[in-house]
Design a protein around this ligand. Structure first.
Ligand SMILES: Cc1ncc(COP(=O)(O)O)c(C=O)c1O
Length: 413
């Protein structure tokens, strides 16, 4: 029978037909918990932080990595990301509080997002966070006022400008290809004496598979910088923030990431006077945490729909796994781990609505039975942070680190 990995994840192995969760047999984990449970594999999280850092450091001279906290802001995730030397990006007061509690110093925090209340921006300004990034031109005046009122002792407030993705789906941010929008930006910045543009940013989308996309985004941001410089807005030394959008490590392999960074480096060499020494920044979320998270659930019952398709009702649903996560969830039988997973089975979540379809026609083991445990992979990103809370209790969280296991923090309601 031998050893095989499930879902290409080094944490999930089947050895002689038995499933292992990192160093612990799944049967032992099941003796100690009562599913459903959210599992965090800390060794995988550390590996992902290291591999992203190493590829970036091997290609670009001066790059910062700000983990996108909205992806998963549990205490344990934030602490490990911080210990791994990454910086962080937050989009809400709760995320700001959690990252400060996890030990991130204000100088490593980037404040971003679409909706920011006055109090949040004032708090960020008074903490002197590394930068506040805005996608809205009219918000610059608000930031200028806050900078003046908070009397920033360390000089002007460092602001980032978020530009609209150049793809046809672009919607949020400043449209760098629209002359009128750029006119408005220049006019506004000219009147904002307390702001310094220290970053130009563009997030190219989610699960971006084309390795040249970040290079094109870099070129687009350099065009925007040239346009601003030509019109008297100083931003030449600004950090080029290329956002997130990296797929799960199963797809974003070391070779793939090296190609992405190589393409950015090539664009910088060709287009920027400082070449590869230009400061860059990334905001990965999914890549860092997606495959470090799994959910242990249980089949409550099996049933058939009118067309005769087989369904399993699980003890988790869209109250735990967000329907919008855009993750490659994979379903594996714990009790039949060593058997082929080629039989279609659809999964109904526990929230009583026809909407709660976790997956139609997943490939599962033929022998699926009620009471069987199902391990769902790639649940670390955009799961509980983006899910809707129904009236059920939220599952317990457990942390697995090698052959050690402990309870994790229960998420805030
Ligand atoms: C501005 C911004 N930065 C970073 C991210 C993280 O993206 P990902 O998880 O795809 O790496 C997102 C996700 O939506 C985003 O909107």
């Amino acid at each position: 029978m031998g050893t095989m990995r499930l879902g290409n994840n080094s944490m999930i192995k089947v050895i002689e037909g038995k499933m292992y969760l990192d160093g612990i047999p799944a049967s032992v984990v099941l003796e100690r918990i009562s599913p459903p449970a959210c599992i965090l594999f800390t060794r995988k999280l550390r590996q992902n932080c290291e591999s992203f850092k190493n590829v970036v450091a091997g290609t670009l001279h001066d790059a910062e990595i700000h983990y996108s906290a909205k992806t998963n802001y549990s205490k344990e995730v934030l602490e490990i990301v911080h210990q791994s030397g990454l910086m962080v990006q937050v989009v809400s007061p709760r995320e700001l509080r959690k990252v400060l509690e996890a030990g991130f110093p204000p100088g490593s925090i980037m404040v971003d997002g679409l909706y920011r209340q006055q109090g949040f921006l004032e708090r960020a300004a008074s903490l002197h966070v590394a930068s506040i990034v805005t996608p809205w031109v009219d918000e610059l005046q608000r930031l200028d006022r806050i900078a003046r009122e908070t009397g920033n002792q360390v000089g002007k407030m460092q602001v980032g400008l978020r530009f609209m993705t150049p793809s046809p789906q672009g919607r949020i941010g400043i449209n760098a290809t629209d002359r009128a929008a750029m006119d408005r930006l220049v006019e506004t910045l000219t009147r904002c004496d307390h702001l310094q543009v220290s970053m130009v940013a563009c997030h190219p989308g989610s699960q971006v598979h084309d390795p040249d996309t970040h290079g094109r985004t870099c070129s687009y941001l350099l065009d925007a910088m040239d346009c601003l410089e030509a019109r008297g807005i100083q931003c030449r030394g600004a950090t080029i923030n290329l956002g997130g959008g990296f797929p799960e490590p199963e797809i974003a392999t070391r070779e793939w990431l090296t190609r992405v960074m190589g393409e950015i480096s090539r664009v910088l060499m060709e287009r920027h006077e400082k070449g590869t020494r230009a400061p860059t920044c990334f905001e990965p979320g999914r890549y860092i945490v997606s495959d470090a998270g799994a959910i242990m659930s249980r089949i409550q019952r099996l049933f058939h729909d009118r067309q005769g398709n087989r369904w399993a009702l699980l003890d988790v649903g869209m109250d735990v796994i967000s329907r919008f996560s855009n993750s490659h969830h994979r379903y594996f039988s714990v009790e039949h781990a060593g058997e082929p997973h080629g039989t279609p089975l659809s999964f109904q979540g526990r929230v009583p609505t026809a909407q709660d379809v976790l997956r139609k026609g997943a490939h599962f083991s033929k022998a699926a039975i009620a009471g069987e445990h199902v391990l769902i992979l790639n649940c670390g990103a955009y799961s509980w942070t983006f899910s809707r809370r129904f009236s059920f209790e939220f599952p317990q969280r457990i942390i697995i680190d090698g052959d050690a296991m402990r309870a994790g923090e229960t998420p805030d309601k």
